[in-house]
Write a protein that binds this ligand. Structure first.
Ligand code: AOF
Ligand code: ZN
Length: 347
């Protein structure tokens, strides 16, 4: 199973190239425990890990044990059901780590048992879940997982009084943001951010070149926008969702098979998502300077007393050393809002 997990991770980090699918690995063992074949999933439309391994094994799969990181699927999606493929190949035993949280594909274990195959679940289940942490949570919630990212000064300002907001965070923090963007399949902002800040919302490298498979750039809101905004350029796909409601925006993105939204909107959009219980993770870059006035990082949340404060758990806190001369270190927090406040989609 350790080997199967490594195979699953061979595809690299999750991101727009792997979503909406999980990373899955499979090892086929002979009755004597010897290795017959290995396989892993390379992204939507390509063979699932089990089928990848079975194809390499051929007749040798008869009587074998299949060790898989995820419960074999039971549905015909972009490809056929792995439960059937394992049965037809004559596999004798299936050991899998994580149960499939995707209701569309689940049920493979039961089908295998009915066919007389010995089935075991649970080995390295936590590791498999962690490998597909965001994908798993999105499947459970039946909506895209939402990471809200913002940059702030020490006094909680994300823009100066005149509206200027470029370069609140350091170059190191901005580079870090690009790495995190590349892990999601969707960038999301509101019409106000597009109208005022005109962000490109692409994934770029050190030299500011656009790199890799790009996340879908989404702007939500009813207001019309000029065509010349950078979000509508040809560097990456984009979409204008004409709604102001976070729930309906996420439902529309789920329909389009989006799994991980990176929310980079302004204070109003952030507050709307927080109040709706639609933020699953918060990434904050804190820059060590003061403004004293200006736009706050998040709009009014209706909290008037300290005991009502919104208190996420700290998953990590790191110092980002300066990447350019003359800059100061920034601090990055990764925070998790309480899960009981997180809303499910309506599927
Ligand atoms: C994968 N790779 O190796 C396994 C998966 O519609 P499809 O054919 O792309 O199927 C996707 C679903 O199949 C996925 O959400 C998961 O529930 C299940 N298992 N998926 O992409 C694999 N074993
Ligand atoms: Zn499958």
């Amino acid at each position: 199973m350790r080997r199967a997990l490594d195979l699953a991770a061979a595809i690299g980090a999750p991101g727009p190239a792997t979503y909406p699918n999980p990373r899955v690995g499979c090892v086929l063992l002979g009755p004597d425990g010897s290795m017959i074949a290995e396989g892993y999933h390379r992204g939507p439309g390509t063979p699932h890990a089990e089928v990848d391994a079975l194809a390499k094994a051929g007749e040798a799969a008869r009587g074998a044990t299949a060790v898989v990181t995820l419960e074999p699927c039971n549905h015909t999606g972009r490809t056929g059901p792995c439960s059937q493929a394992l049965i037809e190949a004559g596999v004798a035993r299936v050991v899998y780590a994580q149960s499939d949280p995707n209701p569309v594909a689940a049920g493979g274990a039961a089908t295998l048992k009915q066919a007389g195959i010995e089935v075991e679940q649970g080995l390295y289940a936590a590791e498999s879940r962690e490998l597909n942490r965001v994908w798993t949570r999105a499947a459970e919630l039946q909506r895209p997982y939402v990471t809200w990212k913002f940059a702030t000064t020490l006094d909680g300002r994300s823009a100066a009084a005149d509206g200027t907001s470029r370069w609140v965070s350091s170059r190191a923090a901005r580079l870090d943001t690009h790495k995190l963007r590349a892990l999601s399949d969707t960038m999301l902002v509101g019409t106000n951010t597009v109208a005022v800040d005109d962000p490109a919302l692409t994934v770029r490298d050190l030299e500011d070149r656009v790199v890799g498979v790009q996340p879908l750039r989404v702007v939500m809101g009813e207001r019309d926008l000029p065509d010349d905004r950078r979000i509508f350029d040809d560097q990456a796909p984009s979409l204008h969702l004409r709604t102001r409601d976070p729930r309906s925006a996420l439902a529309a993105l789920w329909e389009r098979e989006r799994r991980h939204v990176f929310l980079e909107g302004g204070p109003t959009l952030a507050a709307a998502f927080l109040e709706a219980g639609l933020v699953d993770e918060i990434v904050v870059y804190v820059a060590p300077f003061l403004l004293g006035a200006g736009r706050s990082a998040v709009a009014d949340l209706g909290i008037t007393t300290i005991s009502d404060a919104f208190r996420p758990r700290v998953r990590s806190v790191d110092v980002l050393a300066p990447a350019a001369p003359g800059e100061e270190p920034n601090v990055r927090f990764i925070l998790e809002p309480p899960q009981e406040n997180q809303y499910r989609g309506e599927q």
